[in-house]
Design a protein around this ligand. Structure first.
Ligand code: PLP
Length: 409
């Protein structure tokens, strides 16, 4: 038997032990959707998550949603009313963000390799570009000139540090992201001299960290770096985007981030900040922390078989929707995501099984030798922490399968 990750708090069952999502029975949601596999996102959990963040953070810090974590249109429209801005990373995401109701002035566009037509769309809409290089800056300036508009331009800084303990490092050393800190002052002066509306800095050091102290240390380094750069430039940034980094517990032993501790440390950091940043606004950009827990992936057992003494539950889902849960999206060692039998939620484990998907590859494993209550063909398996990097970050067309259904409840 191998352990699985912790089921997120807040999920309950009805008296028949059927998992409830947003107050609805999992089986009823599958009926409503018409078929499985199915992603269900709980809107009330999204709202509660944002409220939890706001209660913990200093009031002056804004919250941006990094929409690559989950771009499902109804979820975006819901988030647009809850957060202060969206961070996008492609022309396609920009379009979706604008369609969600978020105002262009509250959308920022980061990401390496922005094509001219993507730069043009962002400048024409009035969104902020987080510039990733001096070359991109020149292209943006000339496109804005051509359009006859003053572009809103921020500079993404490749910091000289990274986020300790993060699952994905996005700063420190040679990186395709951002402009090396040493080269930032001259680039910002160039933008200001060219007449652009310089919006400030975007400094993103890493992702999926659970240790509040490491996140706080990175934020303190980030604010200090922004202060040094601003002094060097001789202008104060309108906005310092501090990045994000707050992760969620996917695996056995993982503990949720102590959000209150992050907030207290950030308040102290901002109180002590360099005077050059006195009038600057601050933002955090979060993806998975905001949306992962609100999502559940429901997949139906199609077959049950044994091989060399091991029991397999074969489902209609798989890595084509849940690449991360299968262990094939940026993980070195495969470990089990939180998983349950939806119709026996909370019941004691009765057997050790491996839950696999329907793809013809040994990589397609959703639960490896996990202890679960007994389950039969036709039962629903629930995978948790499915609200981020699921549907849109998995190869849905692999083996001709096609996308899962999605639903916001
Ligand atoms: C991916 C990304 C995020 C979101 O990361 P999460 O781990 O989902 O919070 C935020 N900012 C930038 C620049 C990113 O590339």
């Amino acid at each position: 038997m191998k352990p699985h990750g912790p089921i997120p708090p807040g999920f309950r069952a009805d008296p028949d032990d059927m998992l409830l999502i947003g107050g609805d029975r999992a089986e009823a949601l599958a009926d409503m959707a018409g078929d499985t596999p199915l992603f269900v996102y709980d809107s009330a959990m999204l709202t509660a998550r944002v409220a939890e963040w706001r209660a913990a953070m200093p009031a002056e810090v804004q919250l941006h949603y990094a929409m690559k974590a989950n771009p499902y249109a109804p979820l975006l429209a819901w988030m647009a009313r809850l957060v202060d801005g969206f961070d996008v990373a492609s022309g396609g995401e920009l379009k979706a963000a604008l369609a969600s109701g978020m105002s262009a002035a509250d959308i920022s566009f980061a990401g390496p390799g922005k094509r001219d037509r993507e730069l043009e769309a962002a400048i024409a809409a009035g969104a902020t570009l987080n510039l990733e290089s001096a070359g991109e800056a020149e292209r943006a300036l000339s496109i804005a000139d051509h359009l006859g508009v003053v572009p809103r331009l921020a500079v993404r800084v490749n910091p000289d540090f990274d986020l300790k303990g993060s699952g994905m490092k996005m700063g420190g050393g040679a990186k395709p992201f951002g402009v090396d800190a040493a080269d930032v002052p001259s680039l910002v002066r160039r933008l200001i001299d060219a007449g652009a509306d310089w919006q400030g800095f975007h400094i993103f050091a890493g992702s999926q960290a659970l240790d509040a102290a490491a996140i706080a240390e990175t934020q303190a380094q980030t604010v200090a770096l922004a202060g040094r750069l601003a002094n060097d430039i001789g202008h104060s940034p309108a906005l310092v985007n501090l990045g994000g980094g707050m992760g969620v517990p996917y695996f056995p032993g993982d503990k949720a981030v102590d959000v209150a501790a992050v907030g207290d440390a950030l308040a102290a950091t901002l109180t002590a900040r360099d005077p050059v940043l006195a009038g600057s606004r601050f933002a955090m950009e979060l993806g998975r922390w905001l949306v992962a827990e609100a999502g559940v992936y429901l997949t139906r057992i199609v077959d049950r078989k044994t091989s060399h003494g091991e029991t397999f539950l074969v489902t209609d889902g798989g890595l084509h929707h849940q690449l991360a849960a299968s262990g094939n999206f940026g993980t070195v060692i495969r470990r089990n995501y939180p998983i349950a039998v939806a119709g026996r939620f909370g019941a004691a484990p009765a057997e050790t099984v491996s839950v696999v998907g329907c793809l013809c590859t040994p990589l397609d494993r959703l639960g490896d030798q996990v202890a679960l209550p007994g389950a039969a063909v036709g039962d629903l398996i629930a995978i948790f922490q499915a609200g981020a990097y699921g549907a849109s970050a998995s190869p849905a067309t692999f083996l001709g399968q096609g996308p899962a259904r999605e639903m916001l409840v």
